[in-house]
Design a protein around this ligand. Sequence first.
Ligand SMILES: [Zn+2]
Length: 104
Amino acid sequence: MAERLLLYRAPDSLDAALVAQRLDAEGVSVLRAGVGSSVVWGLLPVERMVELWIDPEEAPRAVGILREFEAERSGGGGSWSCATCGETTPESSELCWSCVAGRS
Ligand SMILES: [Zn+2]
């Protein structure tokens, strides 16, 4: 398998599934990592992040799809620009997707 790029960190497996499903529907193959599927994790009240990895060549398209998805989900389609790197991130995200700086 070729090198993969981390696209998105979901707060839980449901969120990850929704985003992955959307990307898959658009033809972007997604690899999920960190899904809490083991019995041990299932028994513990541990919030576990789920990462979505993609082919770097598909990154520009994937980010566009993700932005559309977040815009639809937030209902308004608003966005904010990162003061650190200038990246535009949807209202639904409190962290910059590019440099992970907090919203100012
Ligand atoms: Zn940034």
